[in-house]
Unconditional design. Structure first.
Length: 291
């Protein structure tokens, strides 16, 4: 059973407990708290290691070099110790604001839903990516997000898939020479399938809507024919492309209830700033053209 998604205020409190904070990035070399990291190691036809990590303040750290020089450990607990204090890591950027908050929400909700690794290539090296969770005693738990190269492992948790993709974006330098043999990640799902509306006669659906105001609560919307056609096109052609975050908002969303002609409730589509809101967080969606 998932850890559950907290309301925004509760999530902020939990994150403050789990992630802590430091005043200045300059002090990070002595006390980084690592929340995400990825590395590539090639030993078959070279002596090369590339390492990227994100700390609790959103600082992005990177190093590249020879394995014999960097002495990158093999055990995750030793890797964390290395990343927390190594002077070899170079500060290359920093995440802030909502981007960092969304990233932490995904980490907090990540679970191991993968399967055992299997051979995928020869002499391609190994790339591994991890999320790191901390309990109240600051004990770390590393969750494997994905592995590619000589062996392949995919964590099927949507939060893990989102984090694995995110690491590929912020650390393009850390790469596996194995090409497309790594995890395939979240596959686009039609919205009608994702929301349980597959196989229905879309023209007969009845759509009602309301806007959720933080203070006033649900406010009924007048659904125009244009709005109805847009929703029907979104249901018919739209796709869910991946997890954006694992947070839940308490207001500012627009909800559309979908019913059959007799008034029987079928599903609800809740939207917030272009994202699809679900009980486990928010998802990226795209509305594909009809022609």
């Amino acid at each position: 059973m998932r850890r559950g998604i907290c309301l925004l205020a509760v999530m902020l409190l939990l994150l403050s407990v789990h992630w802590g904070g430091r005043a200045e990035p300059e002090d990070a070399a002595a006390s980084r708290q690592i929340i995400l990291y990825t590395y590539y190691r090639q030993m078959g036809w070279g002596d090369r290691v590339q390492i990227g990590c994100v700390d609790a303040d959103g600082c992005l750290w990177l190093t590249t070099g020879h394995d014999s020089t960097l002495k990158w450990p093999y055990k995750t607990e030793e890797q964390l110790e290395y990343l927390q204090s190594s002077s070899e890591m170079e500060l290359i950027g920093q995440l802030k604001g909502k981007e960092l908050f969304d990233l932490k929400s995904l980490i907090f909700s990540t679970e191991d839903q993968g399967h055992a690794s299997y051979p995928a290539a020869n002499d391609a090296g190994t790339e591994c990516s991890y999320a790191v969770l901390y309990d109240r005693e600051n004990n770390a738990q590393c969750i494997l997000l994905g592995m590619s190269g000589d062996d392949c492992f995919e964590n099927f948790d949507p939060d893990a898939q989102a984090l694995y993709r995110y690491l590929r974006q912020i650390f393009p330098q850390v790469t596996c020479y194995g090409g497309n043999i790594g995890p395939v990640g979240f596959q686009p799902v039609p919205i009608r399938v994702f929301c349980g509306l597959e196989g229905l006669d879309l023209d007969s659906l009845v759509i009602s809507g309301f806007f959720v105001d933080c203070e006033a609560g649900p406010c009924k919307l007048n659904i125009s024919e244009e709005d109805r056609l847009y929703l029907l096109r979104l249901i018919q052609y739209g796709k869910v492309t991946g997890k954006a975050n694992a947070t839940m908002v308490t207001g500012g969303t627009t909800c559309y209830d979908v019913s059959d002609p007799s008034g029987g409730f079928l599903a609800s589509l809740e939207l917030y700033q272009g994202l699809l809101v679900r009980s486990d967080g928010m998802y990226f969606i795209i509305a594909e053209p009809t022609g």
